[in-house]
Design a binder for this molecule. Structure first.
Ligand code: B12
Ligand SMILES: *[C@@H]1O[C@H](CO)[C@@H](O)[C@H](O)[C@H]1NC(C)=O
Ligand SMILES: *[C@@H]1O[C@H](CO)[C@@H](O)[C@H](O)[C@H]1NC(C)=O
Ligand SMILES: *[C@@H]1O[C@H](CO)[C@@H](O)[C@H](O)[C@H]1NC(C)=O
Ligand SMILES: *[C@@H]1O[C@H](CO)[C@@H](O)[C@H](O)[C@H]1NC(C)=O
Ligand SMILES: *[C@@H]1O[C@H](CO)[C@@H](O)[C@H](O)[C@H]1NC(C)=O
Length: 358
């Protein structure tokens, strides 16, 4: 039992370590710093001065704009959660300011972010120091109620909450929140559907496993401070042996691949399509490589992240956090719910990479 959690947190820790290396050892985002603190705590290591650095960064944090997209609150939610677990009293002013910003924001709801907000503010709600103003309770309670209502509207008939990759975080959120969803949540149905998706092989990305595991084991990120740290009990988890099935078919399929930039620099706009032939069962990344091999117009670059490779630039147009631009991938008109290194396209599928804003 325990090693599952250890495995998860070691994984998070390893991931945190990797991103430190790729981005230079002194630059971590607020969210990465928060994940590092929680991963260290739960693998029985001392986060040292990282907690006070995170505290200071959150004191100076402000949303990128008054109408910032919800997903930009994901990292700060992780920070409030990590700080709340370490010291709820000193986190109070930070959490109050964060809660007020959330109430004032009206951008479209994002399930992953909503789940993380619920975990963070539930931690605060449960740890409001005795004798504090009643106002804190009602502020956190109000935000929790709103977000729980929004998340409950994302519960589908088959139990999936948002999409399959937000369901794990949403399950954690719904199982701890003091505010009850207006729509009844059938936890067993969600669990059954997720187990089926796992059998179908949808959870092979290590980060997707890390985010679904706690819910399957009846744990949440709120359990992080309660991991028991007995010296000498940090046994190595046994990793399952690799069971990749041998590729069965060597036949080729054709993918119609479009790259579209109507956003950056009028004189740089382009809308190009190419037909690419790849072996059936290849991931989308192979399609991009084949397109690049055939035409310099389809040149692209990738960046390594916790979820794997992100396509950061195509035809010299690069994503930019300050402009909130990125390359969104679509099948027809539907955004993909996996990255290029995981998604397996089907024959004659029309894949578009569209330069857009979040
Ligand atoms: C914010 C966010 C984004 C932002 C990231 C930029 C930013 N600065 O905020 C934007 C909008 C650009 C984005 C893009 C995409 N995203 Co996104 N994203 C998230 C979200 C909500 C939070 C990530 C975060 O802040 N983590 C906290 C920080 C501290 O950790 P981090 O490791 O530093 O975070 C980085 C990575 O998560 C990375 N990243 C974000 N999304 C994705 C997706 C993929 C496939 C990869 C490899 C990396 C990656 O960007 C983060 C910032 O640098 C997660 C939700 C979740 N459950 O994790 C989804 C999530 C990771 N994204 C997802 C997807 C599908 C995508 C897209 C593929 C969507 C699309 N159709 O194009 C694209 C990537 C396309 C490409 N060019 O390769 C899925 C991944 C599922 C999977 N099995 O692979 C998630 C889980 C959402 C979901 N529930 O479906 N995303
Ligand atoms: C709930 O969703 C609505 C509609 O997407 C949004 O305007 C509102 O800001 C969300 N509320 C919270 C607290 O996330
Ligand atoms: C891009 O090209 C496709 C056809 O190749 C066309 O259907 C689409 O409307 C074009 N989009 C823009 C924005 O020009
Ligand atoms: C690409 O394939 C589609 C059908 O799959 C076809 O209609 C189109 O003419 C092809 N384009 C090129 C440039 O080969
Ligand atoms: C099959 O796809 C590979 C790339 O994966 C390509 O090199 C090869 O030329 C393709 N074969 C045919 C017959 O198109
Ligand atoms: C592509 O991005 C542009 C710019 O953001 C946007 O206007 C357009 O609707 C997007 N197209 C699709 C199919 O999402």
């Amino acid at each position: 039992m325990a090693w599952y959690i250890l495995y998860l947190l070691n994984l998070l820790w390893a991931v945190a370590g990797t991103s430190t290396q790729t981005q230079g050892s002194c630059y971590l985002t607020i969210g990465q710093l928060a994940l590092t603190v929680m991963a260290l705590t739960s693998s029985c290591r001392d986060p040292g001065n990282k907690v006070s650095i995170l505290h200071r960064q959150m004191e100076n944090w402000a949303p990128s704009s008054p109408n910032a997209q919800s997903s930009t609150f994901y990292g700060p939610s992780l920070a409030v959660l990590a700080l709340c677990q370490k010291n709820p009293e000193t986190t109070l002013p930070i959490a109050v300011r964060f809660a007020k910003i959330l109430l004032a924001n009206s951008s479209p709801f994002n399930t992953d972010t909503g789940a993380m907000v619920i975990l963070a503010l539930t931690c605060m709600y449960n740890k409001i120091p005795v004798g504090s103003e009643e106002g804190y309770r009602s502020l956190f309670g109000q935000v929790l109620e709103d977000v729980v209502e929004n998340i409950s509207m994302k519960i589908k008939d088959n139990g999936i909450i948002g999409d399959i990759y937000s369901t794990g975080l949403a399950m954690q959120a719904l199982s701890v929140t003091p505010k009850h969803p207006p729509k009844k949540w059938n936890c067993k149905k969600t669990m059954d559907t997720i187990l089926k998706e796992i059998e179908l092989g949808k959870f092979h990305n290590p980060m997707s496993i890390a985010q679904i595991l706690p819910s399957l084991k009846g744990k949440t990120y709120l359990d992080v401070p309660h991991v028991s740290c007995i010296p000498g009990h940090e046994g190595q988890p046994t990793l399952p042996s690799q069971t990749n099935p041998a590729p069965t078919s060597a036949s080729n399929i054709t993918i119609i691949y479009t790259i579209n930039n109507q956003l950056r620099g009028v004189e740089l706009h382009f809308n190009e399509t190419i037909n690419v032939s790849v072996k059936a069962g290849s991931v989308l990344l192979v399609v991009l490589e084949e397109a690049q091999r055939r035409s310099s117009m389809f040149k692209f670059e990738t960046t390594m992240t916790s979820w794997g490779l992100v396509v950061s630039s195509i035809n010299n147009i690069a994503e930019n956090v300050h402009h909130r631009t990125y390359w969104q991938f679509l099948s027809g008109k539907t955004p993909l719910n996996e990255g290029v290194a995981d998604y397996i396209p089907f024959n004659h599928e029309h894949i578009t990479a569209n330069f857009t804003q979040y």
